[in-house]
Design a protein around this ligand. Sequence first.
Ligand SMILES: [Cu+2]
Length: 134
Amino acid sequence: MEIFKAIRTLINISLLFTVGLVHSQDQASITNTCAYKLSFVSELDPIEINRMHSWTIHIETLTGIPVEGAAITLEGGMPEHDHGLPTSPRMTAELGSGDYRIEGIRFHMSGVWEITATIIIDDTHNLCVIPLEL
Ligand SMILES: [Cu+2]
């Protein structure tokens, strides 16, 4: 289990590095690693193809303290197909206790997706990858 975790972390870090380079023109400071623990609950469970829905993303520090006052942007796509999301999801509310509502999420294909949540706190951008298979 530890080995799988380590491999997954390495994969995530390499993906984050790529994403970080893409965003390197931003003024804000970019961290190539994700300094937070992210989890999400989908309004649709299971997620259905081609149905618009929202997520609640929960952010914690690595020691388990809920993170408040963040802004989240969500991007993503299918790495095997070289395309992005068909919609532009937006954070619409901070719900408290480290929870944030993201609306306008829709997936138009089943398969492997990769969602990158940019967590913005005090001009620091953290890029956190959420792997997803539909
Ligand atoms: Cu695709």
